[in-house]
Design a protein around this ligand. Structure first.
Ligand code: ASP
Length: 341
């Protein structure tokens, strides 16, 4: 009887002390990369020792480490992100895992996080983080970013998928990398940050946008991006069109305009029934049908191009990877989605 009582006490104590479990997916990026002493260049580290260097996180939570990949994020693509998305959903089915940290290179983090935001089934918090200074740098921002990502998951504030670095929390839909080397690189422009992490607290600044979920297609559509510039010529768009893409995204000037010469290329592609989607090179604001001269936004809309109102070209491409197969021939629904997203 006495021993049963002690066993009961022991189990209750264990349950009381049990820390929540958080999955940490390593995919690579500067955060885990090291400086090669001979070449002095920063390269992926074959030994996955990043988390071992941050013992504090093991005091906060049980950590389930998953070594998904060890690549610079310039090597990422839609098929790797699709595998990552499926793996995260599979692991997070385990009820005891309360959320996941995705360690990822910063160069393509805004696209990768948006990809997972659109495809993940789980509603648990998923925090993308990385670093601007590699792991051999004594002042690397990696360890504090990982700690803050864990704190964010442990807090009661759940924004779903976020990009969280340098204490700031961003929505994958709005976030952009804005500086090549500065740790305060991720910003959400006019939409603002979702929140801010300080010590063990998360301060909510904005609501997360409504989540949109798409199934992951077996084969992704072929989508090109053309960035316009003064003096550009139509031959590149014609070259793209001859390679039979499903869509060409045009990063237009200002509110979504191109020169009359570029419009010749766009017309060539439209005649081949290739979807032309207009975005802007300008970081803030939307594209609107204002100008009626050849190549003006209103003119292109009337000739059959469509607008991606608020998303820039890279994020429009990520959205179309899912939306094109999903809406198939329903152009009206696609236009509605791109006009309001
Ligand atoms: N080249 C790195 C990457 O994107 C940059 C970084 O992680 O900060 O993988």
């Amino acid at each position: 009887m006495r021993s049963l009582f002690f066993l009961f006490l022991f189990i209750s104590f264990q349950l009381y002390c049990e820390k929540p479990t958080i999955a940490v997916f390593n995919t690579g990026g500067t955060i885990s990369e090291v400086e090669d002493p001979i070449t002095k260049s920063v390269v992926p580290n074959s030994k996955n020792i990043l988390l071992k260097k941050i013992p504090q996180i093991y005091e906060l939570a049980e950590i389930m480490e998953i070594n998904f990949s060890n690549i610079d994020s310039s090597q990422m693509n839609e098929y790797i992100w699709a595998d990552l998305s499926k793996k995260v959903d599979e692991i997070l089915q385990d009820e005891k895992i309360i959320g996941a940290v995705i360690i990822h290179g910063t160069d393509t983090m805004s696209e990768g996080s948006f990809f997972l935001d659109l495809s993940l089934k789980t509603n648990k918090p998923i925090i993308f983080t990385g670093a601007m200074k590699n792991s051999s740098d004594p002042f690397s921002d990696g360890p504090s970013n990982i700690c803050n990502a864990i704190i964010q998951i442990l807090s009661k504030v759940n924004f779903g998928v976020t990009v969280s670095l340098n204490q700031y929390i961003n929505s994958p839909r709005f976030v952009y990398k804005t500086d090549t080397t500065n740790p305060q690189t991720f910003k959400s422009y006019e939409h603002g940050y979702l929140g801010y992490v300080f010590e063990k607290n998360v301060y909510k600044l904005n609501e997360a946008p409504k989540k949109l979920h798409f199934p992951i297609p077996d084969k992704f559509p072929k989508i090109y991006i053309f960035q316009d510039y003064p003096g550009s010529k139509d031959e590149i768009i014609k070259f793209m069109a001859d390679n039979k893409p499903d869509a060409i995204i045009i990063e237009g000037l200002g509110s979504g305009n191109v020169s009359s010469d570029i419009f010749k290329g766009i017309k060539y592609a439209l005649d081949k029934k290739i979807l032309i989607v207009i975005t802007s090179t300008v970081p803030e604001g939307g594209v609107f049908p204002v100008y009626g001269d050849i190549g003006g936004g209103k003119y292109m809309l009337e000739k059959g191009a469509i607008f991606s109102r608020f998303l820039r070209a890279d994020k429009t491409r990520i959205l179309l990877l899912f939306a094109l197969p999903y809406y198939k021939n329903n152009k009206e629904e696609l236009i509605k989605l791109l006009n309001n997203f």
